[in-house]
Ligand binder design. Structure first.
Ligand code: ADP
Ligand code: ZN
Ligand code: ZN
Length: 678
């Protein structure tokens, strides 16, 4: 019986695909992009057909037969497979390890009957968005918004656009209008698809609400890690079958199969959450740009504080820069930013008298305030005054954080949790003291300072239950909160209409970080969180909205730049520094990380790895312990390699990975291309 050879990518840590055979006489023949169930070792598994061949490197009699081809599911497109192939090559991972995890789990084990059921459900569950009534009319775009939306929707071919707009400038409206024009463009015969990425799962409901209100006749799918497997599959299918006009999601949505994709939007493109930090360590923003390039479509990168990479491209003309300079709402203005010198105005309960007075004033006017502190828990550490004992995690180079309401000590880096000790474990002293402040302690202090105030804390601890984050944000929007205290969860994107004061507590640590990106990040954070204040028109008799930064370094230039809302100047200074220091975006980097039971083993592995292939034109630095050396009982070290040429670095990495994959070692290692945390 004649057989055709089918090359299948499987989710296996081997950098190869696998050949199987399929009878040529069968009625239905597999094509690239079909899902195939195949025997693999002693089990069955599902993979993706990535090529049909006439010959295999293996003799035909040694090839195993495909068990089943899932013909009920339309094949994944060649473009989608090419996207996976690119990501696999660029990030140096096997193709199957990229492509298969990008599919919903259920899909892989689905039988035809189940799929049919899912299709039926799909028609029912993802109805057109209208709950009967059309959404609120869109506001008239201002001139800058109008130009931006027009440029985006009217662009031809691959067009990367930086939509550079201050916080509150109405970037969302530009996205909606550009999307509307592309979706209704008749040359797309009404079947175009738009992909919108947001950095945080908590930002999806707000935007989804806007989309559903604005596009009552369209089908909108969402993709993020908060969906149950069944839901995820339905939304994924809606995208894959071309039923969903708009797909809204977090970074993982960049891999959605969308056969008629015509526009990609990456909101808050600078956000670090677009970088996946384990497994395939990809940048969703970068993949979005590649995808747009592949398809010859526009991609919009929106931000008030673009990443330096993006800014550099916009300055050099590679990306088109469209600017929104003012807040969109009439009479809304950017808040006044002031620094408060904590040496002069000593804080009580973590709050300076200036900030306390400002909070009081806002409450009297019935306006909301936000206190931003990027540190959850009650106190970052507890200690014993008598003997100097301190709550170190016994498994990590980190402190155990005091969580008082939960009565636990928790390590935020491994899963370790302990009850709070009654007495010092070394000397028996019963008077253990918390050091420093986290969000829980600020919350407690506020209750003492303002017993009448309605205080709400939003952080990873207060929002563990599914749906609780959304409920909390709704409470703020409904005006049931006077003072909101939160971590970076509250800093981004939210359009709190009645919030007029932002207090920023303790941002100083980032000023002196070893990480060269720390100042870029801090600046973006300050601008983002500041941007939550004063988004509505200022009341005629009201106080101007303001941001108060509590610092020990009131004269630091970074705060001066933040106070001036001067991203341009800040970015061009920083770019110059980076250029002089030979740092990204003027150099390309990859980081090899190793973990072992002891540090020396990890360092030795890296030293050996550094020697294993020749590296002309590549700078190979010395292996060093990671700043947080020990996590969960493993010591960690890293080796940075750099090159001025991206292709040269790519070629080197390919050779290098081949050698390392063939190396027998107990050390756990991983490679990150374009690392963000060094
Ligand atoms: P950004 O994402 O740029 O921070 P948003 O898109 O959240 O800003 O918009 C801020 C506010 O401005 C929203 O309340 C939005 O409804 C409003 N807005 C946007 N465009 C206009 C406009 N042209 N006229 C009036 N209000 C607008
Ligand atoms: Zn002690
Ligand atoms: Zn730990």
């Amino acid at each position: 019986m004649e057989q055709i050879i089918v090359q299948v990518a499987l989710d296996a840590p081997l950098d190869t695909t696998f050949d199987y055979c399929w009878p040529a006489s069968e009625n239905r023949q597999p094509t690239i992009g079909h899902l195939a169930t195949v025997p693999f070792g002693k089990r069955e598994t599902t993979g993706i057909v990535v090529a049909i061949k006439e010959q295999s490197t293996l003799p035909t009699e040694r090839l195993k037969s495909i068990i089943n081809i899932n013909f009920e599911l339309p094949a994944l497109s060649a473009e989608w497979i090419a996207l996976c192939r690119f990501a696999a090559e660029y990030y140096q991972r096997p193709l199957g390890e990229v492509a298969l995890p990008a599919l919903p789990k259920n899909l892989r084990s689905l039988k035809p009957a189940q799929l049919e059921k899912a299709y039926k459900k799909l028609a029912k569950n993802l109805p057109k968005s209208g709950e009967g009534n059309a959404g609120p009319a869109s506001p008239n775009l201002n001139e800058q918004q109008r130009i931006a939306a027009q440029e985006i929707a009217g662009s031809k071919g691959f067009t990367p656009v930086l939509l550079y707009g201050v916080t509150g400038s109405g970037k969302t409206e530009v996205y909606l209008h550009a999307a509307q024009r592309i979706l209704s463009d008749r040359t797309n015969d009404g079947s175009a698809q738009v992909l919108i990425l947001v950095p945080e799962i908590n930002l999806t409901p707000q935007l989804e609400g806007h989309l559903r209100a604005r596009f009552p006749d369209l089908t909108i799918a969402t993709l993020h890690s908060g969906l149950a497997e069944g839901e995820r599959m339905q939304h994924w299918l809606a995208a894959h079958l071309g039923q969903a006009h708009i797909v809204l999601g977090t970074r993982l949505a960049v891999m959605a199969s969308m056969p008629r994709l015509r526009l990609i939007i990456v909101d808050e493109e600078h956000d670090a959450s677009y970088k996946q930090q384990e497994g395939l360590r990809y940048s969703a923003r970068d993949l979005a740009i590649w995808r747009a390039h592949q398809l010859g479509i526009p991609v919009v990168l929106g931000s008030a504080t673009p990443s330096l990479e993006t800014w550099q491209h916009a300055q050099s003309g590679r990306y088109r820069k469209l600017e929104l300079r003012d807040r969109a709402v009439k009479d809304a203005v950017l808040p006044k930013v002031r620094v408060i010198d904590m040496e002069r105005d000593k804080p009580a309960e973590g709050l300076t008298s200036t900030l306390i007075a400002a909070l009081k004033r806002r409450m009297e006017c019935g306006e909301q305030s936000l206190l931003y502190l990027n540190r959850r828990g009650y106190a970052p550490v507890i200690h014993c005054d008598a003997c100097g004992w301190i709550s170190n995690c016994k498994r990590c180079t980190a402190f155990m954080v005091l969580h008082r309401p939960e009565r636990r000590l928790r390590c935020h880096h491994c899963s370790l949790e302990l009850p709070i000790p009654r007495a010092c474990p070394t000397c028996g002293n019963v008077d253990l003291q918390p050091l420093g402040r986290g969000t829980q302690r600020i919350e407690e202090g506020l209750a003492q300072l303002f017993p009448q105030a309605r205080v709400l804390r939003i952080d990873a601890d207060s929002t563990r239950r599914k749906g609780s984050a959304q409920a909390a944000f709704d409470q703020v929007h409904r005006g049931e909160v006077d003072i909101l205290i939160g971590t970076q969860m509250v800093a981004k994107g939210h359009d709190f209409k009645n919030l007029t004061l932002v207090g920023i507590l303790n941002p100083d640590t980032a000023l002196f970080s070893h990480d060269y990106r720390a100042s870029e990040r801090l600046f973006a954070q300050l601008m983002q969180v500041s941007g939550r204040a004063g988004r509505a028109a200022q009341k005629e008799d009201g106080n101007a909205s303001e941001v108060l930064i509590q610092t020990r370094y009131p004269h630091h230039p970074l705060y001066a730049a933040a106070a001036a809302h001067d991203y341009d100047q800040f970015a061009s200074n920083l770019l110059q520094e980076r250029k002089q220091a030979g740092l990204p975006p003027f150099i390309y980097q990859a980081l090899l990380r190793a973990e072992a039971k002891d540090l020396q083993t990890a360092l030795d592995f890296l030293a050996q790895a550094a020697q294993s292939v020749s590296h002309q034109g590549i700078i190979v630095n010395d292996p060093v312990p990671m700043t947080m050396t020990r996590v969960a009982n493993l010591d960690r070290a890293q080796l940075l390699v750099e090159s001025e040429s991206r292709p040269q670095l790519q070629t080197f990495l390919k050779d290098w990975m081949q050698v390392l994959r063939a190396t027998k070692t107990r050390v756990r290692w991983s490679l990150e291309v374009d690392p963000v945390d060094i």
